[in-house]
Design a protein around this ligand. Sequence first.
Ligand SMILES: *Cc1c(COP(=O)(O)O)cnc(C)c1O
Length: 408
Amino acid sequence: MTDQTLTRDLFNDVMVPNYNPQTIIPVRGKGSRVWDQQGNEFIDFAGGIAVNALGHCHPRLVAALKDQADKLWHLSNVYTNEPALALAKKLTELTFADKVFFANSGGEANEAAFKLARKYAYDNVGPEKNEIISFTQSFHGRTLFTVSVGGQQKYREGFEPVPGGITHCPYNDIAALEAAISDKTCAVVMEPVQGEGGIICGDPAFIKRARELCDQYNALLVFDEVQSGMGRTGELYAYMGYGIEPDILSTAKALGGGFPIGAMLTTDKVAPSLGFGTHGSTYGGNPLACAVANEVVDIINDPQVLADVLRKRQLFDDGLNAINEKHQVFTELRGKGLLVGAALKPEWHGKAAKFLAAAREHKTMILVAGPNVIRMAPSLVIPDEDIKEGLAGLEKGIADVVAAGPDA
Ligand SMILES: *Cc1c(COP(=O)(O)O)cnc(C)c1O
């Protein structure tokens, strides 16, 4: 059934060592359950890092993919196609945006967003208006431009020289942003909820002030909603919960439910700066990806599904608080909707990966967000029973780590 000659050891032989995957090799998934080569069953609280927003092999997504697979796979952007047009129409109807550019990943959607922000300032003011302000701890992808805008030095180290004209301010610090922004600023870039940086919610006053400052200095407000978007926070996009609108928004991860796709959304005012020939992607807007994403949006953009995200979050909070009463490992629970962060107490700092491995031993898949925060980003439609079962596995994992002690 599965090919047992394909082992975790083989990874070290044939793959570049930029990842260090867990010891098990999953071979099958259904809903929020995953099975490995040996047939062990896991509850999936990781959701492919906030990607599998409808779980594994959702029947409607499988049907959409199979249906499109028999029709048309790829054309390039020399032609447009029906799934891409339908998806762009849908995204513009549901959001602030009037125009869409399709890419294949979050990093590529951001690359397009940052290039557009520069180009818009260049076209409308001049080349001196090129500075991008972003925030410490932020994560925007792994291309050279996106690691440069990203606020984590470790992802830039050794890859210098990196693009210039980028200033990093502390997140949620209004005074620092006021001091940094100027007429030379072309864009302020932020995740409304920081994901990789530790699941930190944007303060509403900070986000509102960022919008005001961008208007005052004729800069664009760019929201990276690659992780926070597509229902994750209980809103279709997190910006909708803040009462402001960005000028550019990047979306990926959950948009494809596991099929690679990214998109950059913007307004009629800004879009013309990405004129004919200025930017492109061979696969962007691929019919297979867009067919699946159309179905994802149709399923998630349902008031019942979105309301249920918040109800399920309460189940996580209740369960995690009960675990913490027993084991005293978290300082706080953070994040919005089903982007759940549990910050570890100082004695467990640097040990988040230990909790991940221990939970996996007890058949619950979780994530980390940096070395000090446990992260969960499960399917938005995870059954309540699976939440309960997964939390039980997580608790056993935590009990093991605690029993071994911080120095183990
Ligand atoms: C994951 C992520 C990205 C990068 O997306 P890729 O698809 O890995 O390129 C960018 N921004 C945020 C906020 C993310 O969480």
